[in-house]
Design a protein around this ligand. Sequence first.
Ligand SMILES: Cc1ncc(COP(=O)(O)O)c(C=O)c1O
Length: 437
Amino acid sequence: MTNSEYAVWHGLTPMGPHLRENGPDLFLVGGSGSHLVDAAGRRYLDARSSMWNVTLGYSCEPVKQAMARQLDVLPSGTVMRYEHPPQVTVDYAAALVAVLPAPLRHVRFGNTGSQMTESAAMLSRFYRRMTGETDRHTVIALHEAYHGTGPLATALTDEPILHDYSAPVDAHVVHVSTPPPETCDPAACTGECVRPVIEAIDAVGAERVTAVMFEPVSGTSFRPAPTHYLETLIVECRRRGIHSIADEVTTGAGRVGAMTYVERLTEVPDMLVLGKGLSAGYFPLAALVVASDIYETLADPPVRLGFPNGSTTDGHPVGAASGLAVLDILTADDFLPGVRRRSAELIEMLATASKSDPRIGTVRGAGMMLGVELRDSDGELWSLRDVSALRGVCREHGLLTSYSIGVLPLLPHLTISTDDCRELVERFAKAVAAYQP
Ligand SMILES: Cc1ncc(COP(=O)(O)O)c(C=O)c1O
C-alpha cells in the first residue's frame, strides 16, 4: 500500500516505512476475550490490551450493554461548562471518588491521558495565579517519564526525540533522576532517596516550583517506585507548598491489581490522573481527580474565572456509563485479588520459561503491568532495537506486544484466563527461541 492510497495518519509513526512493511491484511477486524483477528483471518493473543487500556478484554458485555442503554436515553452531553450536566456523569464522579483515597474528591473529566496530565500541570499553575504565587511555574517530572503529547504534556514526557521535533516545548519543565530501584530504610531515612528531586527544587528555587509529577510504575522501565520514596516525595513537596501529581493513566483502574497504586501509600498526592482502563478502553475517557482544598480554593476565586481548560466531549454520558459499569466490575468481591493471583500465576509461568532460555530474565512491574527483562549471553539488557525486532517475531507467533528498552512489556487484560496466560508464555518463549539478534 502506498502513502497516497492510505487515509489514516497514525500517531508517533513514520508512515512510509510502516506502509511498506505492513499490508492491509494486518488490519484488525474482530476481537473477543484475549484474542484479536486480522483481515487475513489470523488470530492473535493481545498481550498489550490494545494500548494497555482494554483491561476487561474484548467481550465485556456489562460495559457494552451499559453504553448501549446510555446511547438510547441520552447519547451526548458535556461538562465543558456548567449547563445541564448529564446525570450519569454526576453519578459517575461521585462513585469514582468514593473508591479513591480522601481528600481526592473532585473530578475533571476528559478524553485522553495527555489531556489530563496537561490539565493537572495547568491547574497547578492556575491555582498559583489565583492565590498570588505568580512566580510558581516550573513542573518537575522524572527521567524516562511518559505523560503523553501536547504542548505541555510533551514537555513533561522525557523523550528527547519528541522534544527535538516538537520544539519549542514548554521551558518550565525540569526532569530529575528516576526513583532508586530499592527502598532505603524508612526508619532511618533522612530524605536521601528523594535527594535528586530536592536538589532540582533547590536549583530552581522552591518558590518557583508549582508541581512534581510522577508515574508510580514507570511505563518505560516497568520498575515500581518504592512506596517509601513516593511517600517522602509527597511530604517534601507539601513542606514546600508544591503540588504532587500522580500519573496513574496506566497503573490506575485495576491494572496493578488495585484501584490505584497510590492507595498503598500513607500519603495522598494532591492530584491523580486516570485514563486508559477507566472505560476498559471502550470509550475515550480520562479523569483528573483533585484534592478538596484545591477545588475549594478555586471554586470561589477572587476573579470570576473558571479554570480555562476543557473540551466539548468532557464528561460524555456514554463514557460515564462505561466508567460506572467498569467500576461495578472492579469493586466486585474478589475481582482485584483475582487480578493479583493471575499476575502471580503469569510471573510463575515466565519464571519457568526462563529456566529453559536464559535470555528470558526477571519479570518487573506490578499486577498485570509486567516487563520481562531480555538479556544477552553477557547479561546485558537488549537494546530497544532488539526488543522491537522481537516484537515483530512475537507477532509472527500470534502474540501482540509492546516494546521498551531491555524489557518486553506484557499487559494482557485483567481477566485473562489461566489457559490464555499459558498460551501467551508459550508463544513468547517460541518467539524468543526463534529470534536471532
Ligand atoms: C503514564 C501515562 N500518562 C499519560 C499517557 C497519555 O495518555 P493518552 O495516550 O491517553 O493521551 C500515557 C499513555 O500511554 C501513560 O502511560
